[in-house]
Write a protein that binds this ligand. Structure first.
Ligand SMILES: [Zn+2]
Length: 117
């Protein structure tokens, strides 16, 4: 998984929503990627440098992979790398993710405009 690409996507999505206003916080839902919030935070700083979202706090909401087994029909949340490859119930290798792997900005908090707060 490419964290920097993910950070670019978060920054782009936030900028699109911000419309030039300064942003305090961004809440992002990330599907399927087991991400390290510290890595994301660092990547976000780099990707956001010089933009209106550069000082924003990133709140990550991660949606885990749900793996579906074609062998026994079990659907279970992937908790380890092994779960992505084999079914925990029957050990079968015919598993696939049923999770939407997308980056969605759920909400944005804008910085109050000075003088109006
Ligand atoms: Zn199975």
């Amino acid at each position: 998984m490419h964290e920097l690409g993910l950070c670019d996507a978060i920054v782009e999505a936030a900028l699109g929503r911000a419309g030039g206003r300064r942003v305090n916080a961004v809440r992002v839902r990330v599907g399927g990627h087991p991400v390290d919030p510290r890595v994301i935070d660092t990547g976000f700083r780099l990707a956001a440098a010089g933009t209106v979202v550069q000082d924003a706090t990133v709140e990550l909401v991660t949606v885990p992979y749900v793996m579906r087994c074609a062998g026994c029909g079990a659907e279970q949340e992937a908790r380890t790398a092994t779960d992505l490859l084999a079914c925990r119930s029957c050990g079968g290798m015919d598993v696939e993710s049923s999770t939407d792997e997308s980056v969605v900005v759920e909400s944005i908090t804008f910085e109050p405009v000075p003088g109006t707060a």
